[in-house]
Structures are given as C-alpha cells and as structure tokens.
Design a binder for this molecule. Sequence first.
Ligand code: KG4
Ligand code: ZN
Length: 364
Amino acid sequence: MGNSDSHQDSNIIILGIETTCDETACAVVENGKRVISSVVSSQVELHAPYGGVVPEIASRAHLEMINPVISRAIDHARTVLQSRQDNSNEFHIDAIAVANTPGLIGSLLVGLMAAKTLAWVWDIPLIGVNHLHAHAYAPALDAEPIDYPAVALVASGGHTSLYLCRSCLDIELLGATIDDAAGEAFDKVSAILGLGYPGGPAIERAARQGRADKIRFPRTFLDENSLDFSFSGIKTAVLYYVNGTPGAIRSGVSKGIENLTEQDKADIAACFQAAMVEMMVVKLRRAALAYKTKTLIIGGGVSANSALREAVRKLGEEIGAKVRLPALQYAGDNAAMIAGMGYHYLQAGKIDDLQLDAIPTTRQ
Ligand code: KG4
Ligand code: ZN
C-alpha cells in the first residue's frame, strides 16, 4: 500500500446499504474503490417456491436481516481496518450511501430508514444512490478506474437499460426494455423448462450440455437504430416450442414438457441463451459505435452469465474498446457498488437530507 493510500486524511470511508429487491446488503468501501467488507443476505430460498420475488415477503425479510447485516459489515470492516500494519486507520465512517431508487417500495423503505437513522445518530452525510447507475460502476470495485466515456448495459431481474456514461456520475439513458427484463426472461424460460429459480444460473448450467444451433428462436431488434430491448417474444417462442401453440395444445399434438428429454431441455436452454446474448450484444455494439465510446461495461445479475461475458469480450476486441466486467460477487445486487458510487456523489457535493425519498420505478 502506497503512502497516499494509507494517509488517514485521504481515506474516505463510506457505508453502503442496499435493499432494493431481494438482497439485504451492507458494505464498507474506502475511497470509492477498495472494498473493506461486503455482506449480502440473499432471500432467494424464500422466493423460490413462487418462481419470483414476492414483494411482501421481501420487505419482511429485509426487516429481519437489516440490523444483523449492517452489524456484520461494520464488525468485519473494523477488524480489517484496525489490523492494518501502519495503524493509520482508526475506524470511522464518513457518510452513509443508500440505494433509494429504483426498487420495490416496501424493500427500499427498510434500507432507507436504516440509512437515515445511522446518518442522524452519527451526524454524517446521507447520500441517495441510483441502484442501476451503481451496477454500471461495479466493475471499478477493487479494480482500476473506468476509462470514460463508456456504454453500459445493466441487465437484471427488473431492468434492462443501456447507458451512455460520460463519467460515473454523468449517465444518460439510451434505451431500455419495452416489456420484460432480461433476467425476468431467464427466470420465466427456466420455469417453463422446470429448471428452477433463479433462472439465470439454472439456464446457464443446462446450456453447457446443449447445442446452441439446434433451434433458431426469434431475435427482436425493434427499429434499425433502436437501442431499446424486447424479450417477451422470445419467452413466448420458447413457451410455444415446449407446449405447442394454443391450436396444437387443443388438438393434442403439442409435445409438452413431460416429453422433453434432459438433452432437449439443454438444447432449448442453449438456444435461448444464445438468442438473449445476441440481442443484448447487438444493442451494446450499436450504442458503442454511435457514441464512439472507449469502454464497454456490463452489470446486473445477468452480467454473471459467462456466455454474455465472452460475447462482450469479443465485441471489445472487434471494435477496439476496453471491456469492464464486474467481479462475480459484484454482478448481482450488493452494497459495495452503492458505497462506491456514494464516494463520488460525496466528492461532487451531492448530499441528501433526511427527507430523502424512496422512488420505486421509472424508466431509468
Ligand atoms: O441484479 P440482480 O441480482 O437483482 C435485480 O436487481 O433484479 O439480478 C437478478 C437476475 C435474475 O433474474 C437472475 O436470473 C439473473 O439476474 N441472473 C442471471 C445469471 N445469474 C443471475 N441471468 C443469466 N445468467 C446468469 N448466470
Ligand atoms: Zn440490481
């Protein structure tokens, strides 16, 4: 560790809180970059029986987990900072960053209340952070700064958005899904194939055994220059492929899920995944070329997908752009990305007061 890094005055330590959906998370991050502790409590098992996130269950689970998760993140950070050789870091927190938009309202409120309480009790700044913008920042955690301008594809269970990032704070929405989110399509196709929830990892696993050129599912690109996405068509195409069209079901000629072999399912998963990756990468390519950006970024739960990561790496080589992929622990929802972004908000003087609102959804 260099001198400038260890000097007490130069170290800004931010506690981040994330409760937008179904992960209760808290992290402590130094100077927007170095993750000191990151705790994520997933509710996936609670929602699995329903095949998707149940908002009321999510907010109740956040209420139960928020205090233990914050305590664990602080305890771990204290241990790490106090064990540093140079002894330069008395444990302190300079500000609280919280994801206040977008998300499920009941879930957002739990994190927001915890953040406001800590900011008030400790008398330190409160910073509201956009969860989706934070996903686009995740590749900078424990890594080199991102070279801007960049285009960022943020694909998760609730959103699929394409951004022009002139810096980590100057972010413009270029396009978004007009129907289902990419992660939602993975979850629904997994449910159609009986592969379980969450669907993304299950489809990825099945796809490894399948042939991606077996079935040509339709790709939706919308207008020639469109940077929006549409994934409802492919979901329906898989449904019809598996169950037959409504006419075929009525006349009894549908194959039906019960007649699919494991190999059939693996092939469908591989072909679906290939179509999804192509739809996302084509838009990323369009945006990168249109805005002549230096860097390609992906983020959100779907950015854990290895086929997508590989395709984006190839795209970077093809168009001569740098590629920034989040480390796998920062692809899905986490609070390190919130604390990381919080640092830049703080440096820019973008601080909130205790009136900070939870803003559930908008096209963003
Ligand atoms: O960002 P995230 O953790 O939570 C939301 O903000 O929604 O994203 C969760 C989504 C789920 O739909 C999940 O199926 C998807 O990310 N996902 C994946 C993979 N891992 C998670 N999708 C494709 N491939 C994966 N490996
Ligand atoms: Zn997310």
